[in-house]
Design a protein around this ligand. Structure first.
Ligand code: KG4
Ligand code: ZN
Length: 332
């Protein structure tokens, strides 16, 4: 089955063509980073307008690159929520129109479900049940995953998402938006023992997170030591990253052990973080737990993960209706 996936929940317009929920034939992501960069964050109204400009060329490009004629597409999967309503509506309305026009079925997909299923686009996917750490700009949660569509929340952030903390710390250091990838690069050049930030484990037996404390600690450090040199910036980035990575790594491995899972997954934009990938892989190996982290292109927002979920839905006969609507809030 060939599924066209569409994703427009935040600031990336993406389309992908995926065969049987696992083979990515084409995946195109048009980033709006340059548009939002001057504002230090995503401006919802600008995001919607850019999605409208990008959606047709991005879908055309994905279909062309896949080598599959449009009339051979069997179904459409599109992100229905959570996300920015104006942004979601662009992809969602387009998907309805595309499916209706081609006389093919379509389904709405949850964005978080998409991230969790991104590991099934890789060659060696996890076996059920497994635990998944979803770390992105909007979410930081741990799930016990028992099937392609059954996720049982084990814990989540009580304040900022990990990616949000990365973006805010980058802004404080004057490194621009989005900051995750810049801090990751800078951290590799710094000494994580020079500026040590407290690890917010909360209750070590629980799986909730809190990142606003580390963010405020960075701010206090900068108030006491203003105008850091490039070397100081690298040390602060390294200290911040070490604290975040320690907590994320400890909690996901602890979750796998608590559920007796032999497999764990790390997904979402922050799963691209080199420090996190290394730490989870190293520490889980010591406990005999298999680690599944998607390739960097599949960590951030993309439409291949949406098509992967859509495949399982469409294959079991699920169909969306033309009066279905998008939603902004997290469902699980
Ligand atoms: O999954 P995603 O593309 O969008 C959401 O659903 O939020 O995640 C974006 C987030 C941003 O906060 C970005 O700074 C962060 O992922 N990010 C990173 C890295 N690459 C992206 N954070 C840390 N290290 C990275 N290498
Ligand atoms: Zn995302």
């Amino acid at each position: 089955m060939i599924v066209l996936g569409i994703e427009s929940s935040c600031d990336e317009t993406a389309a992908a063509v995926v065969r049987n929920g696992c083979e990515v034939l084409a995946s195109v992501v048009a980033s709006q980073v340059a548009v939002h960069h001057p504002y230090g964050g995503v401006v919802p109204e600008l995001a919607s307008r850019k999605h409208i400009e990008a959606i047709v060329p991005v879908v055309d490009q994905a279909i062309a690159e896949s080598g599959i004629p449009a009339k051979k597409i069997d179904g459409v999967a599109v992100t229905q929520g959570p996300g920015l309503i104006g942004s979601l509506l662009v992809g969602f309305s387009f998907a309805k129109g595309f499916a209706f026009g081609h006389g093919i079925p379509w389904v709405g997909v949850d964005h978080l479900e998409g991230h969790i299923n991104s590991v099934f686009l890789e060659a060696d996917p996890p076996a059920f049940p497994f635990v998944a750490l979803l770390v992105s700009g909007g979410h930081t949660s741990i799930y016990h995953v028992t099937s392609h569509r059954d996720f049982h929340p084990m814990g989540q952030t009580r304040d900022d998402a990990a990616g949000e903390a990365y973006d805010k710390v980058a802004k404080m250091l004057g490194l621009g938006y989005p900051g995750g990838v810049v801090i990751d690069r800078l951290a590799a050049q710094g000494d994580p023992t020079k500026v040590v930030f407290t690890r917010p484990y909360l209750d070590k037996a629980e799986f909730d997170f809190s990142f606003s404390g580390i963010k405020s600690a960075v701010m206090r450090h900068l108030q006491l030591h203003p105008d850091p040199s490039p070397g100081d910036q690298a040390d602060i980035a390294a200290g911040f990253q070490a604290a975040v990575v320690d907590v994320l790594t400890f909690k996901i491995i602890h979750a796998a052990k608590a559920k007796g899972c032999a497999h764990l997954a790390v997904v979402g934009g922050v799963a691209a973080n080199r420090g996190l990938r290394e730490a989870v892989t190293r520490d889980a190996a010591a406990d005999g737990i298999r680690v599944h982290i998607p390739s960097i292109e599949l960590c951030g927002d993309n439409a291949a993960m949406v098509a992967a979920v859509g495949y399982h839905r469409l294959a079991t006969g699920e169909r969306a209706g033309l009066d279905d609507d998008v939603y902004s809030r997290v469902k699980f």
